[in-house]
Write a protein that binds this ligand. Structure first.
Ligand code: PGA
Length: 249
């Protein structure tokens, strides 16, 4: 039985006083839950987040990571730096990174490799655009994104990784994939991994992301291959994030 995992993706939101309140609310609200929980915050807030969550059942992580270990890469942050700040996770290949910052499949795979080498668990995001869904190439797109990871890191690395299926058309739009639509892609991802290793596939956690809310979380996570959620907007409201975690329990 795979343990459910709910991760928050704050994106570029937050402020020191606002975070303090949000983190306090999350920490108190999820105390006692036995699922895995994490919040992925902007880099400058990692120290604050670590302080606020120390000793709790909520882990923390970043929203990206450099593919390089160190060097002349102005503006970048290495996996080793994230580990120094107590991160367990790094989101990699979010569609916003792919779309606005040119993260290709190859770069995303290299970033995952850098994260894994440093002992971070990458949360690898995959997902199709609306245009790709309408052209019926969802399976091809998601498989291509996943295969780039497998080619670079090897299938065994998925034992130390998490996948998030995030249909781009569902992110921040209020338009959630139906449980059946999401399950279909989750099953496809697991089947693709099972072709390489049945054991890795059986243990792999595949999160759904894209307008997951307290009102739809339970139904989505009841699907056999949906092992949790990657939560954007609803992760900025403590009560909503806590309710999604409780629904996963
Ligand atoms: P959303 O974002 O929950 O606001 O749709 C999810 C994500 O982009 O990770």
């Amino acid at each position: 039985m795979r343990k459910k995992f709910v991760a928050g993706n704050w994106k570029m939101h937050g402020s020191l006083p606002g975070n303090a309140e949000l983190l306090r609310g999350v920490r108190a609200g999820v105390a006692g839950l036995s699922i895995d929980i994490a919040v992925c915050v902007p880099y400058p807030y990692l120290a604050q987040t670590g302080e606020a969550l120390k000793g709790s059942n909520v882990a923390w992580g970043a929203q990206d990571v450099s593919e390089h270990a160190q060097g002349a890469y102005t503006g970048e942050v290495s996996a080793a730096m994230l580990v120094e700040f107590g991160c367990q996770y790094a989101i990699v290949g979010h569609s916003e990174r792919r779309t606005y910052y040119g993260d290709t499949d190859a770069v995303v795979a290299a970033k995952c490799e850098a994260a894994l080498k440093a002992g971070l668990l990458p949360i690898l995001c995959v997902g199709e655009t609306l245009d790709e869904r309408e052209r019926n190439v969802t399976a091809a797109v998601v498989t291509r994104q996943l295969d780039a990871f497998i080619a670079r890191c090897g299938v065994a690395a998925l034992a130390n990784s998490v996948i998030a299926y995030e249909p781009v058309w569902a992110i921040g739009t209020g338009r959630t994939a139906s449980p059946e639509q999401a399950q279909e892609v989750h099953a496809l991802i697991r089947a693709r991994v099972a072709r390489e290793s049945a054991a890795v596939a059986a243990g792999l956690r595949i999160l759904y992301g894209g307008s997951m809310k307290p009102g739809n979380a339970k139904e989505l996570m009841a699907q056999p291959d949906i092992d949790g959620g990657l939560i954007g907007g609803a992760a900025l409201v403590a009560a909503d994030f806590v309710a999604i975690c409780a629904a996963a329990q």
